[in-house]
Structure formats: C-alpha cells, structure tokens
Design a protein. Structure first.
Length: 175
C-alpha cells in the first residue's frame, strides 16, 4: 500500500482507497492482489468517497458477471482460441482460475496438460485475457519461450499490445 492509502472492508471485500491530488473528477477501480483499489480525487469528502466506493464495487461486480469468469467459460474461451489461432493443437486437460499466482499471469504444465490463469487477470480487457490464455495454451505445444513459441502467438493480433498492457500493470503494482 502507498502512503496516504486507506484500507477497509466493504461488504466483505478488502478495499483500498487511493486519493490522488492529480485527479480532479475521475474515479477508477481495479483489482490488485486480492483487493479492490478505488482511486479518487483527494478533494472528495468522506460521503463522496463512500458513494463512489460502493458505485465502483457494483460496476466491477457487474463487469465480472458479464465476463462469466467461471471455469466452464474459461474452458470454452480456451477452446475457441485454440481453434482460431493454434489449429486445435492445444486443448488443455484442465484449465482453471487460481488465486495463488502473485508473480505470474498464468502457468502451464505441458506434461499434465494443465493451465492455470491468475485471478488477477479477471477484470482486464478481453483481449488481454485472451493473450494470457493463448500464451499458456502455446506452452502445451512449445514449453519454452524460443522462436517456435513466439511464432505460435504471431497470428494473434493483440500480442504486443497485451504484453505492453501487462508490463504496465506490473510496473504500477510494483510501485
């Protein structure tokens, strides 16, 4: 947590309120390491803060429901991506969301055919989630990160954009 952040529980969720003197009107929210961060202008009153925290929690929950991040939806999404970009050569034996990956976006065990996607990816844009899925699916075909591996991802049009997005998020979380 940064200096000046306040943390509390709202409806059973860990929430960090990050006040910023650079913000004038905008409010944003995202998930970070098992908690929700709500960034607000520093001039907001406590009542405005409470209103916006609840509003942003509702928006994130609605967004999560629309994405249907259960295992069934994740498996369907992986199958679609494998069919579209990997000639169906990378259908995992199992695929699931996991909460115990704090330094990786996903992981793959090629010998077992298993893929795990960090729940920190939930709430990110769909094209980023698709990239993380494709990245791990490609490891079912090519375990390393050599030229053959990157050639598998070349067909996905958002690879470089998603990698940049994830680098930016990692940088922001590490700050």
């Amino acid at each position: 947590m940064r200096t000046g952040d306040s943390q509390r529980r709202v409806d059973g969720q860990r929430v960090v309120v990050r006040r910023s003197s650079r913000r004038r009107k905008t409010v944003s929210a995202y998930r970070e390491a098992g908690r929700t961060v709500v960034a607000i202008p520093s001039g907001f009153s406590r009542a405005e803060e409470d209103t916006w925290v609840r509003r942003m929690l509702t928006r994130l929950a609605d967004s999560d429901r629309r994405r249907s991040p259960d295992g069934t939806e994740l498996a369907r999404r992986a199958e679609r991506l494998a069919r579209q970009y990997l000639d169906e050569r990378a259908i995992p034996v199992s695929i699931r969301w996991t909460a115990d990956q704090n330094t990786r976006w996903g992981s793959c065990t090629p010998g077992r055919g298993t893929v795990r996607i960090s729940d920190r990816v939930q709430g990110m844009p769909g094209w980023v989630i698709d990239y993380v899925l494709l990245h791990e699916l490609a490891h079912l075909i090519e375990p390393g990160h050599g030229e053959d591996f990157w050639a598998l991802l070349a067909a996905y049009p958002h690879t470089e954009r998603a990698r940049g997005f994830l680098l930016g998020v990692s940088h922001a979380w590490d700050s």
